[in-house]
Structures are given as structure tokens and as C-alpha cells.
Design a protein around this ligand. Structure first.
Ligand code: CDP
Ligand code: MG
Length: 731
């Protein structure tokens, strides 16, 4: 079976003997290659639909402070517009063009592409910044970032004074961060105009006092106005969207100008299954091979719901490939999902070697956020993982739901960018008609605590009165305020508390995690909590291939703590860390840092493979760990370890996760105390079969059942002792 090598490494699939390895070169090797690549990129750019309307778009931005741009996915909005504006002089005095993306992967991959297009090193003129990963410098002028990150920046710089232009991209995605950002940007824009006016008035007065000659005064005032405008130039705001509904955005911005960029779309034949499929993963697998074996050339894009599913399908495809004759094995799987480490992300954009077909396994990120060339076939099982929040029960869940019609259309459209294509929807045609027209905006279906905490930190106290594009329900706002109050982030009169609320707002984490870190410094277990929070912030540390399930379970037992998943995760982290420490001693004679890093990474990957640990996730958790550690150090929280006294750590969990406590019921299920939901401990938890009286959990997920994930044993009495304000209240 061919596999893809990254930086000379072997692939991560288990159980396979060493096979020939195919190398993708992501760096052109010779000067001729470089010139050829530049030529290809130049031609690609010139042929994008947006290239023909460049002058008009630049003029529109000059004429309007707010502009809405709607254009077909792949027309070149995200990669080209910032470059057009930069070249047209929209970055005076070192100002920056900021482009927000709802997803991390999009921010990173697009920044890399644009840096390449500009012929500059990433992080210089073109850079990106996402949570836990900043790749910008003082010379960055085109900066891609997540919408959440720009919101955080506003906390430090409420005028967003570094930016001359802000482009809110993928606005149709309607993430909660985008929605809040739009409201905030409206204020920023107004505030900047006001600042200029105020300065002009003040400086005019000064000028009239000091200058008596009328002509001189006029000239002086014009100069002053120019100086003020240079200091506070009006913020250019551009909202970009792939869907056709520009009206909502236009109305929100007081009838702002909207322009359409024509795209190119070829015909796509859409096929439906005759009957409903019981297992869409299985159906997707069958369809992949049907296409591979029966259709002509062209890459396949499969829409799945998340990392675990993608990695599962990746393994299944490789298993099936083993059974094919050698000449039929030329199929490469390439995953893409939000938490994919950045060095792996660019693989989706690289063409498969001659004779090979690529099958891209993607989440809904490939609907509009990233445009992948070469796709001719789309497989759409019709599902998406979505957050859903019930404010009445205070229960948040991550559930797999059918896509909307708009999403299904976007997905099939991906097959027709470069020529006629085919889309295979893995459900009957009658089901399509039953789909919702469009997806409900996230702000109407998520826990608002995080966003409210940030708005409060920005001095916006009247949350209900905030100018939202679409208002979340009053019940949802109240529930989140209540949660923040219970966590001690808000005072009785709903202001940010000092210091806890301010500290919580500074940490780029879910409020409960932030609270856990703050409390951990008092419980002398901040070392442990930093690890736990980092490990909880990534998807699936353990991996459990179907064919080696028993082995994976045995491997996990080596790390398992009888007290629960949090300590188990800490054991994994520490075991990997110990391994690295040992290696460092062994490599003490090696001077070349790069060699050491390379060798260490190899050793950790091998260790991960042997222990059924997901090395990508572990690496990501380590990065997050070092970043949050930096934050808490800056905040001056004392970092100490509770050592073997894990009681302290569990008490600290009880004190911070008290809203996520569950009590055993006589019939063996658990009852989540805050919501009253009957739940079960998730089968992946080390406490799955145990009969503990009381646990705290990280999240409540509803799939076929209501499950609590990442659980840890606590003593029921700790709840009244450590969270009396809540449990005494409940009686
Ligand atoms: O934003 P929009 O969907 O309008 O298009 P875009 O993301 O700017 O993509 C324009 C073109 O750049 C597409 O043809 C992509 O295939 C290409 N592109 C690429 O090759 N590599 C990337 N990392 C991003 C875009
Ligand atoms: Mg785009």
C-alpha cells in the first residue's frame, strides 16, 4: 500500500509492514522548478473570476467604508482581495489588512498560499494568527486570523487601531464569533470616526488660538485633519460571503453596498441512493471504491463529521486497498479537519503523483472555507456535527445532524469547479426535500458564556441590548449570565468581578477551564490542571482501531487511573514527557537542535504508535500547554504540583466543574445534577464500568444516548463544601 510521507516520516497507520513510501515534495527543488511553479501560480491567479473585476472592487472599497462582497466559492475572494488592497495602498503607515476566518485551518492554509503567491516567507508580509499559534511579525501587512482571535485582540486594543481594513470572511457561516464581531466592528467604526472628529475639534481650537492669519489657519487645519485621519483612519469593513443572501448583512449595516462576483460553475450530476442507508460511513466507503474502480480520473472529496470519523474512514480505505491488485492501489487518502496540525494541512492542495487518485476526507471545512483543486467527485453522506444548546436545561451537546439544503448545494458545487462533476448524496432524493433551507446561526444554538465574558471585558454590560445581527434568546443569555455568576466571574450587579472575572476573560479558554486553572493555583495543583486542560482541548488522545481494539484497550490500561479520565490523560502526557527527558540525556552530545527535534519527534511518534496514542493530538496538546502556561505565568498565578496527592486535584475539579456533576442512580445510570438529565458514562471513559457514586464530567454529548465524557470520581459531599453557593441553593 502506498502511503504519504511527511518530512521523511512513515505514515501513522497501524499494523502494516514497511511499504514503499511515496514522497510529496512540498518545496520545489531547482531554480527551474521555482520559475515553473511561479508561472503556474501566476496563470492560476489571472484565470480566477475575481481577477477580471479587480479595478472595480478596489474602487468600491475606496468609495465605501462598508462593503459586502458575495461570490461563488473558489472565485478568489479570500486569497486575492487582500492582495489587491495591499497593492492599491490600503496599508498606509504600517497598518494591517486583517481577514477573519471561522476556522483555524482556513486561516493557516490561505495565509501559506498567499505568502507563496506574493513570493514572501510566511510570517513576514503575509502571516496568520490563530489561538495558540501566532505566525506574524511587525512586517506583517496581510494577516489571516480566526474570528475568535480578532475578538480577543479587541480586548487589548478596542479601536483595533493596527488595522486599516478588516475583512470578515465566510460571514454566511454565522459562527457566534463572526456574529459578535460584526456588532463590535460597527462600534469600532463609529468610534474611530468620532475620534477623528474629536481630534479635529480639539486641534482646530488650538490652531485658531495660535494662528491669526486667516489663510494660514485654513492650511494649518487641513494639515491637522490629515494628521488626525492618518492617526485614526476610518476603518474599512468588508463582509464576504459565499451564499447569496447579502440582504441580511446589508440591512444590518444600514443599507450597505453589496457587490456580486460571478463565479464559474460547471454542471454537476447529482445521484441519490434508492433507499436510506443505515451506516453512512460504510456507504461512503463503498462509494469511494465504486468511483475509484469505475470512474475516470479526478479526485474525490468526502464530507464527514469529525476527526475521529475521518481517521476511521482513512484506516478502512487503507484496509480495503490491501485487497486490491497492485495496479488498482493508486489511491491516496488525505484528511482535512480543523485541528489538523498545520504541517499536514497543505497536503490537500498538492496534486497526487501521476496515476494516483486523491480521496480527501474532510469536515464541512471543505464546503466553502477552503477550495481544493482537482475535485471531480463529491460524496455527501448528508450529516454535520453541530453544537446545540438547550438553555432551559443548561445542556450543551455536540450532535450529528442532517445538513441544510444550502450546505448540500455547496457540497455538490465543489465537484464542478474545474469541469463537469458528479455528486453522490448518500440518502434518497425524498430526504433532500425535508432538509432545512439553511443552518441555524450558531449564536442561537450555543452556550454564550464565553462570548458574554468577552463582551463584559470589553465594557459592554448590556448584553440583551447589544446590537446583534440576530438576537440570541433571552433565556440563553440569562442562563449564560447565571453560569458566569456561579463561576464567580460576575458580581451581583452583573459586572466582571475582580480579579477572577478579569483573569477568566484573559485566558483563551472555556470559562470553566479558566476557572479550574485559577482555582488550581490555590489547590496547589496548577501543574496538573494545565496538563488536564490542554489534553481536554484536543480531540481524541487515544485511538482505537476496530481491528486492534483489544490491544488498544490493553495499552490504555497502562495509563488508566482508577480516579478517572483527567488523571489518565495526565499520565499519558507525563509518560511522553518522561520519554523526552530521557532522550534529552541520551542526546546530550548532539549539538544540532534540528537533529534533536527530528529524532525526538520520531521517537515520540513510535511511542505513540505502540501505545495507541494519537500523536497529532498529543503534539497539539503540548503546544497548547506551553501557550496557556505562558498566560498563567504572565498573570502571576503560582504554579505548583500536588505530586501524588491527587485528592487535591480532584477537589479542585469538583470546585470548578461543579456544574458538570453527575450522581449515580439506583438503576445504574447517572443524573446530571444541574440539568437533571439521565446520562451514562461514555464507553471510552476509564470509569465506564465502575459504579462510583459521584463524578464530574467535561462534556455531555448526545449521540444514540446521552453520554458524559471525560469523567473523574469525586466525593458527593465536596460539592456542598466547595460550591455551597450552588448546592446549598439547590437544597
Ligand atoms: O475565497 P474564495 O472561495 O472565493 O476563493 P479562494 O479561497 O481565494 O481560492 C482561489 C483559488 O486559490 C482556488 O482556485 C484554490 O484552488 C486556490 N487555492 C490554493 O490552491 N491553495 C490554497 N491554500 C488556497 C486556495
Ligand atoms: Mg474564501
Amino acid at each position: 500500500m502506498p502511503s504519504i510521507a511527511q518530512n521523511g516520516s512513515r505514515n501513522t497507520t497501524q499494523s502494516r509492514k514497511q511499504k514503499p513510501v511515496l514522497k510529496f515534495s512540498n518545496q520545489p527543488r531547482s531554480a527551474a522548478d521555482v520559475i515553473a511553479r511561479r508561472e503556474i501560480i501566476k496563470r492560476q491567479r489571472e484565470s480566477l473570476p475575481i481577477a477580471s473585476v479587480k479595478e472595480r472592487l478596489v474602487q468600491e472599497v475606496k468609495n465605501h467604508d462598508i462593503l459586502i462582497i458575495v461570490g461563488e466559492t473558489g472565485s478568489g475572494k479570500t486569497t486575492q482581495l487582500p492582495q489587491f488592497l495591499f497593492n492599491a495602498g490600503f496599508c498606509p503607515d504600517g497598518k494591517v489588512i486583517g481577514i477573519t476566518q471561522p476556522r483555524r485551518v482556513a486561516a493557516v492554509t490561505v495565509a501559506k498560499r498567499v505568502a507563496e503567491e506574493c513570493g514572501v516567507e510566511l510570517g513576514q508580509k503575509v502571516g496568520y494568527s490563530i489561538r495558540f499559534d501566532d505566525n506574524t511579525s511587525s512586517s506583517t501587512r496581510i494577516k489571516y486570523m480566526t474570528d475568535g482571535l480578532l475578538l480577543r485582540e479587541a480586548l487589548l486594543d478596542p479601536y483595533l487601531s493596527r488595522y486599516s481594513v478588516i475583512i470578515v470572511d465566510e460571514a454566511h457561516e454565522r459562527t457566534v464569533h463572526t456574529d459578535v464581531l460584526l456588532g463590535l466592528l460597527k462600534n469600532v467604526q463609529r468610534a474611530r470616526v468620532k475620534s477623528v472628529n474629536d481630534h479635529v475639534i480639539v486641534n482646530n481650537k488650538k490652531a485658531s488660538n495660535s494662528i491669526t492669519n486667516e489663510n494660514g489657519k485654513g492650511a494649518e487645519c487641513t494639515t491637522l485633519l490629515k494628521q488626525c485621519q492618518r492617526k485614526f483612519p476610518p476603518l474599512k469593513l468588508i463582509i464576504m460571503s459565499a451564499s447569496l443572501d447579502a440582504r441580511l448583512f446589508s440591512e444590518y449595516f444600514g443599507g450597505a453596498r453589496a457587490v456580486h462576483v460571478e463565479g464559474r460553475q460547471h454542471h454537476v450530476d447529482v445521484f441519490y441512493t434508492l433507499h436510506a442507508e443505515t451506516d453512512y460511513v460504510d456507504a461512503a466507503l463503498i462509494t469511494i471504491f465504486q468511483i475509484h474502480l469505475e470512474e475516470g480520473p479526478g479526485d474525490i472529496l468526502v464530507f464527514l463529521t469529525g476527526q475521529e470519523e475521518i481517521e476511521g474512514v482513512e484506516r478502512l480505505v487503507q484496509e480495503q486497498l490491501q485487497k486490491l491488485p497492485e495496479e488498482r492501489k493508486k489511491l491516496l487518502t488525505v484528511p482535512i479537519f480543523s485541528s489538523l496540525p498545520s504541517e499536514k494541512q497543505m497536503r490537500v492542495f498538492m496534486p497526487a503523483p501521476a496515476g494516483y487518485r486523491k480521496v480527501i476526507l474532510a469536515t464541512n471545512i471543505a464546503e466553502t472555507s477552503v477550495t481544493i483543486p482537482g475535485i471531480k467527485f463529491v460524496i455527501d453522506p448528508g450529516f454535520v456535527k453541530a453544537r446545540s444548546y438547550d438553555p432551559v436545561k443548561g445542556m450543551e451537546s455536540l450532535i450529528i445532524i442532517p445538513t441544510s439544503k444550502a450546505q448540500a448545494l455547496q457540497r455538490s458545487g465543489r465537484a464542478g469547479r474545474e469541469g463537469p462533476g458528479k455528486c453522490f448524496r448518500l440518502y434518497p432524493e425524498s430526504e433532500f426535500e425535508k432538509l432545512e433551507d439553511s443552518t441555524k446561526p450558531e449564536i442561537k444554538r450555543c452556550n454564550l458564556s464565553n462570548v458574554i465574558l468577552q463582551l463584559k471585558a470589553l465594557g459592554i454590560d448590556d448584553i440583551i441590548g447589544f446590537d446583534f445581527l440576530e438576537k440570541p434568546s433571552r433565556a440563553a443569555i440569562q442562563k449564560s449570565l447565571e453560569q458566569l455568576f456561579l463561576l464567580g466571574a460576575l458580581t451581583d450587579d452583573c459586572k466582571l468581578s475582580d480579579p477572577v472575572g478579569h483573569q477568566m476573560a484573559r485566558l483563551p479558554l472555556d470559562p470553566i477551564y479558566s476557572k479550574a486553572l485559577i482555582l488550581a493555583s490555590q489547590f496547589n495543583c496548577l501543574e496538573e490542571m494545565l496538563i488536564a486542560v490542554s489534553m481536554l482541548s484536543v480531540e481524541s488522545i487515544f485511538y482505537n482501531p476496530r481491528e486492534k481494539s483489544a490491544e488498544a484497550k490493553t495499552a490504555k490500561k497502562c495509563f488508566a487511573s482508577p480516579d478517572g479520565d483527567h488523571l489518565t490523560l495526565i499520565n499519558v502526557y507525563r509518560a511522553a514527557d518522561e520519554l523526552l527527558q530521557k532522550r534529552r540525556m541520551e542526546l546530550s552530545t548532539e549539538k544540532n537542535e534540528k537533529n534533536i527535534k527530528g529524532k525526538n519527534e520520531k521517537i515520540v511518534r513510535k511511542w505513540c504508535k505502540e501505545n495507541f496514542i494519537n500523536s497529532r493530538s498529543l503534539k497539539h496538546a503540548c503546544d497548547i500547554h506551553s501557550q496557556i502556561r505562558g498566560h498563567v505565568e504572565q498573570m502571576g498565578l503560582p504554579i505548583s504540583s500536588c505530586g501524588d496527592d491527587t485528592l487535591q486535584f480532584r477537589r479542585c475539579l469538583a470546585a470548578s466543574f461543579f456544574l458538570n456533576a453527575a450522581l449515580k442512580q439506583p438503576e445504574g445510570t447517572y443524573r446530571a445534577l444541574a440539568s437533571g438529565q439521565v446520562v451514562q458514562i461514555h464507553p471510552t471513559s476509564v470509569l465506564h464500568q465502575s459504579k462510583l457514586e459521584c463524578v464530574i464530567f467535561d462534556e455531555l454529548v448526545q449521540t444514540s444516548q446521552k453520554y458524559i465524557r471525560n469523567t473523574t470520581r469525586i466525593d458527593y459531599l465536596w460539592l456542598t463544601e466547595l460550591a455551597p453557593h450552588y448546592y446549598a441553593m439547590q437544597g
